[in-house]
Design a protein around this ligand. Structure first.
Ligand code: PSU
Ligand code: MN
Length: 304
């Protein structure tokens, strides 16, 4: 009924019961420029294989939900112009109308659930935007975490978001927010923020056990694992604060709204830092892929 297609690699892994890690595609089409987007996607997939799991990059291509992309499909998606950014609201519509779309965190979680994949690695999640008290801009990613049972590994939240409000919404929605290996909630380009994470775990095994326990307790929703960027790849907050403020001011001045906000800010920050933001972004996504692969392996070792 759902037009779904598994890549050769993912189909084999499923048949053999190997651990799988889901990956999103909006980071490819709307989060990074070409060709770094395609190169990074390939490197992230390889990190997962090297760590003993199998990557499944999600996307909708011509009305079919793809779980795992073949090399040529990834290349094509990474170079295409005008690909839709697809979240929970528009996923079924995109498939129904034969469209092509890149999946956000929310849509990737839905695709992962359909494919029986419980662990997902990305860079940063969407959250509560600054000024949300007037714009009402709160990412659908947060509500997805409250209802779809996938453990998402991200590097915390970007300072383009209102981090305290993002944590408040996650708390209200009953989403476990777990910092990996430290007390502080990491802030994407910086390993530390001023805020303590609500929970802390120091091993992939504990994260997998908590995931399995939530499943056994029939609690809806997933877990957010906040994995700090490796310190050698950090960008000092002082450097980014004015860049973020300028990007946000431009977005406001140009009346950018809805799903265009996050891609606009990411692109401006990339330009204003002359690509430094991208180097850090690549390092943290790879780091998240490695942790997600470990969690997927641990989860596989726990009886269902
Ligand atoms: N944050 C990032 N990089 C990204 C995104 C968010 O640091 O690439 C992407 C993800 O796909 C995320 C989406 O799910 O943007 C959130 O968009 P919105 O804020 O419109 O919900
Ligand atoms: Mn939004």
């Amino acid at each position: 009924m759902i037009p779904i297609r598994y890549s050769t690699e993912v189909a084999e892994a499923k048949a053999e019961g190997k651990p799988l890690v889901a990956l999103e595609s909006t980071i490819i089409t709307h989060g990074m420029p070409y060709p770094q987007n395609v190169n990074t996607a390939g490197e992230v997939e390889q990190e997962i294989r090297d760590a003993g799991a199998v990557p499944a990059t999600m996307a909708i291509l011509n009305g079919t939900l793809h779980v795992g992309l073949e090399q040529d499909e990834l290349q094509e998606l990474g170079q295409a112009n005008g690909v839709a950014k697809v979240s929970r609201a528009d996923m079924a519509a995109c498939i129904a109308t034969g469209g092509t779309g890149a999946t956000t965190v929310a849509a990737t979680m839905i695709a992962a659930r359909l494919a029986g994949i419980e662990v997902f690695a990305t860079g940063g999640i969407g959250g509560v935007h600054r000024g949300a008290e007037t714009s009402f801009d709160i990412s659908a990613d947060l509500l997805e975490l409250a209802q779809t049972p996938v453990t998402v590994v991200a590097a915390g939240a970007k300072a383009i978001l209102d981090i305290p409000k993002t944590l408040e919404v996650l708390e209200t929605q009953g989403v476990p927010v777990i910092a990996y290996g430290q007390d502080a909630f990491p802030a994407f380009w910086s390993s530390q923020s001023d805020l303590a994470a609500p929970l802390r775990m120091d091993s992939a095994c504990d994260i997998a056990r908590a995931h399995a326990l939530r499943r056994a307790m029939e609690l809806p929703g997933g877990q957010l694992i906040a994995n700090p960027i490796p310190t050698e790849a950090e960008i000092p907050a002082e450097e980014l604060t004015p860049v973020i403020a300028q990007s946000q001011a431009e977005a406001d001045a140009e009346g950018i709204s809805g799903k265009a906000v996050t891609p606009f800010l990411l692109q401006r920050i990339f330009e204003l830092t002359e690509g430094r933001s991208l180097v850090a972004n690549i390092a943290l996504v790879r780091n998240n892929a490695r942790l997600a692969a470990k969690i997927a392996q641990e989860l596989n070792a726990i009886a269902p």
